[in-house]
Ligand binder design. Structure first.
Ligand SMILES: *[C@@H]1O[C@H](CO)[C@@H](O)[C@H](O)[C@H]1NC(C)=O
Ligand SMILES: *[C@@H]1O[C@H](CO)[C@@H](O)[C@H](O)[C@H]1NC(C)=O
Ligand SMILES: *[C@@H]1O[C@H](CO)[C@@H](O)[C@H](O)[C@H]1NC(C)=O
Ligand SMILES: *[C@@H]1O[C@H](CO)[C@@H](O)[C@H](O)[C@H]1NC(C)=O
Ligand SMILES: *[C@@H]1O[C@H](CO)[C@@H](O)[C@H](O)[C@H]1NC(C)=O
Ligand SMILES: *[C@@H]1O[C@H](CO)[C@@H](O)[C@H](O)[C@H]1NC(C)=O
Length: 442
């Protein structure tokens, strides 16, 4: 059994002055000022943790102990091309920490990296997909490379990726020449060569161009007359979706690897922020204590707190996802006859939806974990503790997504009405106690 002790050390930097949050993107500030570190082991019982000042254990030297991966020699991808993407992926998917950032960092980065690798290789092979045999070797090689740099060994499961994701799947087009013949490539490139990750989520210019291209190649072999009828079939949408991957690889073949990755992460980020990734358990207990008129506030808030504490064991999320989660939970509660704004009654804030008590919300724009040899694996939080979770009114629900996306780099919309907010940027240090690791390996 492998004992991996992960310590979360939240270093908070409170800005001495109040910051107005009327508009504009939040500055991400990554310098570490005076801090009040605090340690909470993952999976520890909920409840206020003591504020423990603790010096970081000695640096993670073995992080840099990159082992030489055993490669199959049968994969046609050129890993040299995407070396830096692979090392970022290894850090984003790092060991024990991968499942907690799977949805927001690890898997989007892994998918983008694989797409770039295949896209780049198409420049030589003329193919935007690998055949089944090669795909198996390549996925395994990618895993080996990433694991050699500290990534979790369980990425297939964590990111539900399999070797078929490297093939053309059901898409009928995989050769570059054929792609070029069927798609308005200059239009596609114009829309997608450079995307603004904020505007893209709202106006979906590249997204729509991709969909158009994917639909075009998916129609190969269909008769024009069949098309209208087949549009509604589930096979058709699976096909278009598989062709979407082909289109993404084509785009990645036209851009340099790091830029291509940026575009891909920007695209996947729009979808990611639209959905609450948390599993919301049954709210019976909350409904019982808070439903049909709240007779006992303490009992209601106890039930709420207990409910939220289950959410806090799941995953890190972005600030926009926290808004989605707050809204989804509110709808669930309303359906169970909880009519009152229990968020404000019980002082539930957005960060309460994130992993663990002192959890932080990640910025809504794509972000990566950072490795440095003194502090280990770190990532930046876009935390604003004081944003109360908004209880949606019926009218709010209707006018959703685009407006929200427009505000992506800014604080969640809920903040704008507040007059005094502290801006806090938190660095979470993920420290792995290598001493325990070493002991377990002996
Ligand atoms: C570092 O890598 C070498 C060679 O792969 C290995 O033998 C050694 O055990 C590694 N050290 C640690 C602390 O993982
Ligand atoms: C991989 O790509 C690099 C840089 O583009 C190139 O120098 C190298 O020769 C390629 N390796 C193979 C095996 O194609
Ligand atoms: C897959 O591709 C490789 C290399 O391009 C080729 O050698 C092999 O025969 C192909 N396998 C199948 C089943 O098509
Ligand atoms: C791989 O393909 C499966 C099924 O086609 C899909 O559900 C999954 O999301 C894909 N994973 C990635 C990482 O693309
Ligand atoms: C309210 O609920 C709390 C906790 O369940 C309980 O201790 C308290 O007696 C209740 N108060 C009333 C007035 O029922
Ligand atoms: C945001 O939504 C409001 C009300 O629905 C609308 O008036 C406004 O134009 C929208 N802003 C943007 C940038 O879409």
């Amino acid at each position: 059994m492998l004992f991996l002790f992960i310590l979360l050390l939240c270093a908070r930097e409170s800005h001495s002055s109040r910051v107005e949050h009327a508009e504009g993107p939040v500055q991400l500030d990554n310098h570490v000022g005076s801090m009040f570190p605090k340690i909470a082991p993952l999976g520890a019982p909920q409840g206020p943790q003591p504020f423990l000042p603790l010096l970081a254990p000695s640096p993670m030297t073995p992080f840099t102990n990159i082992s030489i991966p055993k490669l199959s020699g049968l994969c046609s991808l050129n890993f040299t091309n995407a070396k830096s993407l692979l090392s970022v992926t290894a850090i984003d998917c790092w060991g024990f920490f991968a499942p907690f950032v799977a949805n927001i960092m690890c898997c989007p980065q892994l998918e983008a990296t694989v797409t770039v690798l295949i896209g780049q290789s198409s420049k030589h092979t003329n193919a935007l997909a690998l055949n089944g045999t090669v795909a198996k070797h390549c996925l395994s090689d990618v895993e080996q490379i990433l694991m050699g740099q500290g990534a979790s060994g369980d990425l297939r499961q964590i990111c539900s990726i399999s070797s078929s994701n490297l093939t053309e799947a059901s898409c009928p087009v995989k050769h570059v020449n054929e792609f070029n013949d069927m798609v308005d490539t200059s239009k596609l490139l114009l829309a997608c060569a450079d995307i603004d990750p904020v505007k893209e989520c709202c106006y979906q210019v590249c997204h729509n161009a991709i969909l158009e291209a994917a639909t075009a190649i998916a129609s190969k072999g269909s008769h024009v007359l069949d098309l209208d009828a087949s549009h509604d079939l589930p096979e058709h949408s699976i096909r278009v979706n598989d062709c979407r991957n082909i289109v993404l690889r084509w785009i990645a073949s036209k851009l340099d690897p790091s830029h291509g990755k940026k575009v891909l992460r920007g695209l996947s980020n729009c979808n990611m922020n639209k959905v609450c990734p948390l599993v919301l358990p049954d709210a019976k207990q909350v409904a019982k204590s808070c439903g049909s008129g709240i007779s006992n506030r303490t009992a209601c808030c106890n039930a709420m707190e207990s409910y939220v504490s289950h959410l806090q064991k799941q995953s890190f999320i972005t600030n926009l996802q926290a808004l989605d989660c707050a809204e989804t939970l509110a709808m669930k509660l309303k359906k169970s006859n909880v009519a009152d704004d229990v968020y404000s009654l019980c002082h539930i804030s957005l960060k309460d939806f994130s992993l663990q008590e002192y959890g932080c919300l990640l910025p809504s724009l794509p972000s990566d974990a950072i490795f440095d040899s003194t502090s280990g694996v770190t990532f930046l939080c876009d935390l604003n503790d004081n944003i109360p979770a908004p209880w949606p009114s019926t009218s709010q629900l209707a006018s959703k997504s685009c407006n929200k996306s427009v505000n992506i780099p800014a604080l969640p919309a809920a903040a704008s009405g507040q007059s005094c907010l502290y801006s806090r940027h938190v660095l979470i240090f993920l420290l792995v106690n290598l001493f325990f690791l070493a002991m377990a390996l002996v």
